[in-house]
Design a protein around this ligand. Structure first.
Ligand code: NAD
Length: 266
């Protein structure tokens, strides 16, 4: 590929070798892996919080204070999330899992694009856009049920049929705790990982930004694929500042090449 400089090709080779020689590699992904699917990240130039300030729209408090306003924003964001399709970056990660070179994807994303691309072991540490729950009795609702309610309950935002408490998408809002099982699994995997492939994350949202530190502490290595620098770049073995939709398929291609070179000629 013409746009890639020699230096990037060398880094792609290094990343491929690290993954190929790993035993417990995992991937950690953030909003950046989905921008090429048309979903803006939070902190980039077209970031979601530029249009919808966190204090007004992104906290549990804001939802409780004014559910109708929260759902107004959700209705503007959701169609884009629902219609998005996985891009070559998601597909490359799914292929790495099929090749048994990554054991799991830990994602901060709520868009389910990893699963749509074919990844099977995915830990969604910030929840998912496809499930909805009552904030009171925890009754669960489908997307279709919520759509129907949104039309009828415009003034209040959708409410629970049993206890009339506001409904919430099962995504983690600021001010909420993270799902315990997913966090426990992610920490255990990060400690065990000999390689962590970090893709499209500014590594600025706690506590997920600590996961790479668990890996480093146990002498694991980091590969970072992000179009902007991150504060962990100097601790990483390989840093590639480029689009993940371009780089990840090239890493997979390079792995296949290396594997074929390793195969004995009979
Ligand atoms: P972030 O917005 O803080 O950082 C994204 C990073 O990805 C940035 O450094 C950006 O430069 C980089 N990036 C953007 N496009 C890229 C590309 N094509 N290739 C490589 N890098 C690219 O995102 P974060 O670290 O995930 O943390 C913020 C929060 O955003 C998370 O809590 C997540 O839940 C939420 N979020 C999720 C989605 C989604 O589900 N798709 C979208 C927006 C925000």
């Amino acid at each position: 590929m013409k746009i890639l400089r020699i230096i990037e090709k060398k880094k792609i080779h290094q990343a491929a070798e690290l993954l190929l020689n790993s035993k417990e590699a995992i991937a950690l992904t953030g909003a950046g892996v989905s921008t090429e699917s048309g979903i803006p990240d939070f902190r980039g130039e077209d970031g979601i919080w530029k249009k919808f300030p966190i204090e007004t729209f992104g906290t549990l408090e804001s939802l409780l204070k004014n559910p109708a306003k929260f759902w107004e924003m959700a209705q503007k964001i959701a169609p884009n999330l629902f219609k998005a399709k996985p891009n070559p970056g998601h597909c490359a990660l799914a292929e790495l899992e099929k090749m048994d070179l990554i054991k799991a994807v830990i994602t901060q994303n709520i868009d389910e694009l990893h699963q749509k691309a074919g990844s099977i072991i995915v830990y969604e540490v910030h929840g998912s856009i496809n499930r909805f729950n009552c904030l009171g009795c925890k009754a669960s609702y489908t997307k279709e049920q919520v759509y129907r309610k949104l039309k009828k309950e415009k003034k209040t935002g959708p409410q629970c049929e049993f206890c009339a408490t506001p409904l919430k998408p099962s995504v983690v809002l600021f001010g909420e705790g993270l799902p315990r099982f997913e966090i426990f699994q992610s920490q255990a995997l990060a400690k065990k990982a000999d390689v962590m492939l970090i893709v499209g994350s500014s590594l600025s949202v706690a506590p997920i930004c600590d996961l790479p530190l668990y890996t480093l502490r146990e002498k694991g290595k980091l590969i970072i694929v992000n179009d902007q620098p991150t504060h962990l770049d100097e601790k990483a073995e390989v840093v590639i500042n480029h689009k993940s939709g371009t780089i990840l398929p090239l890493i997979v291609e390079e792995i296949k090449k290396l594997k074929s070179e390793q195969e004995p000629i009979v």
